[in-house]
Write a protein that binds this ligand. Structure first.
Ligand SMILES: Cc1cc2nc3c(=O)[nH]c(=O)nc-3n(C[C@H](O)[C@H](O)[C@H](O)COP(=O)(O)O)c2cc1C
Length: 377
């Protein structure tokens, strides 16, 4: 398959996999797609370890890194210390989280705030992450939640690295284009993680028209099969950007109890909620999201404070759910899109790539047969 995206990314097949798991990134890159490592919550030291590992496993094939550079965070400068930020988390919110855990039989002993959560979206951490990323042979640096800052663009240009941006509306796409990005990911509201509300089916042709061929456009949100990839490309996309489908791979970081919940979940079982990061993010609906979204909740805090409170709590939930403690399983959740309803069993990442390739080819053949005088295969 040849498109503007395969040219830009240097791949044979325009399938991009966003994952926090280096094994998934390497598996997809090695299978002819393009892996992107989600680094937003990592420290610079962690990112160095992950990228060095990827370099050793992809034999020079192309991959990318994704950061979260939001326009608005609780500490816009990124210079406030994590403990000073933690001190601003109100007692009512800490109590609410602790009571929720206790009510489901999850331990509330010890520290309930994760200082590392302050990294999420912080300008200081992003600067450190960029230093590390540019020291590796990355082909793409992607960014969600706002236009990339000027220094990032300058540095990417100087290093020959493409800059990508995730957008959820036509207006955001126009702003990103004006900022000078090289790749736009039109991410519909079905997607896992931070999303807008416009569905992929509507957003992709809107963004493709707005971009007018100036840069490649990838479609994202709800795409977990090759036939959906073919549909996205029929809408004008140059390829697809996927996230949720990799969460049910053998390699993924998804907690075991959550994997089981994903296998059983339908497409109506996700919710766009602020309960994990403070910004609307699609995830599996659970007792955690229900409680924070209820009227009795103190309301989620702004990024990164909600992550500092939610991540350690949900990590305890994952551990307790794995040990079948109390009703921890009811709270268990993770970011995932509506496509979860199309996922079946857990598979190796490599097999997911080959099945998407085969399903894509079948879909093209089926469509081609519509215009011919013979029965569809
Ligand atoms: C677990 C998870 C975490 C995500 N975290 C980020 C992130 O840190 N940065 C980002 O740009 N996108 C993030 N996303 C969104 C993905 O990049 C991608 O756009 C989305 O998963 C596509 O929709 P899909 O989940 O339906 O495939 C995340 C998605 C998931 C499922």
């Amino acid at each position: 398959v040849r498109t503007a995206a395969t040219e830009l990314l240097g791949v044979d097949f325009p399938l991009v996999a966003f994952s926090h798991c280096r094994d998934v990134v390497a598996a997809v890159t090695n299978a002819g797609g393009f892996g992107v490592l989600g680094a937003a919550a990592m420290s610079a030291e962690q990112l160095e370890v992950e990228l060095a590992w990827i370099d050793r496993h992809v034999g020079g094939r192309p991959y990318g890194v994704d950061l979260l550079v939001p326009e608005r965070v609780a500490d816009a400068s990124g210079t406030t210390s994590a403990s000073a930020l933690a001190a601003t988390i109100p007692a009512a919110h800490r109590r609410f989280a602790a009571e929720l855990l206790a009510a489901h039989g999850v331990s509330t002993e010890g520290e309930l705030i994760h200082l590392g959560g302050a990294r999420m979206g912080s300008a200081a951490n992003n600067a450190d992450l960029l230093d590390v990323a540019f020291d590796h042979p990355i082909r793409l640096i992607a960014n969600a939640l706002g236009p990339p800052p000027e220094p990032l663009l300058r540095r990417a240009r100087a290093s020959g690295v493409a800059v990508g941006a995730l957008v959820g509306t036509r207006r955001h796409a126009e702003r990103q284009l004006a900022a000078g990005v090289d790749l736009i990911v039109a991410q519909g509201g079905e997607a896992g993680g931070h999303t807008g509300e416009v569905a992929t089916m509507v957003l992709v042709p809107e963004v493709v028209a707005a971009v007018g061929g100036a840069v490649p456009v990838l479609a994202a949100g709800g795409i977990v099969t090759g036939r959906q990839m073919a549909a996205a490309m029929a809408l004008g996309a140059d390829g697809v950007w996927t996230g949720s489908v990799w969460l049910l791979t053998e390699e993924a970081e998804t907690a075991p109890a959550t994997k089981a919940k994903f296998v059983a979940a339908g497409s109506s079982d996700t919710v766009r909620s602020r309960s994990r990061t403070g910004k609307p993010a699609r995830q599996l609906r659970s007792a955690w999201t229900d409680a924070w979204d209820a009227e009795t909740s103190p309301g989620p805090l702004p990024m990164p404070l909600q992550s500092m409170l939610a991540e350690p709590a949900l990590r305890r939930v994952d551990q307790a759910a794995a040990a079948s403690t109390g009703r921890a399983g009811e709270l268990a959740t993770y970011f995932v899109g509506q496509g979860v309803g199309l996922l079946g069993a857990v598979r190796p990442a490599r097999r997911v790539v080959s099945e998407i390739m085969e399903d894509f080819a079948d879909a093209l053949a089926r469509l081609a047969a519509l215009g011919e005088d013979r029965p569809a295969p």
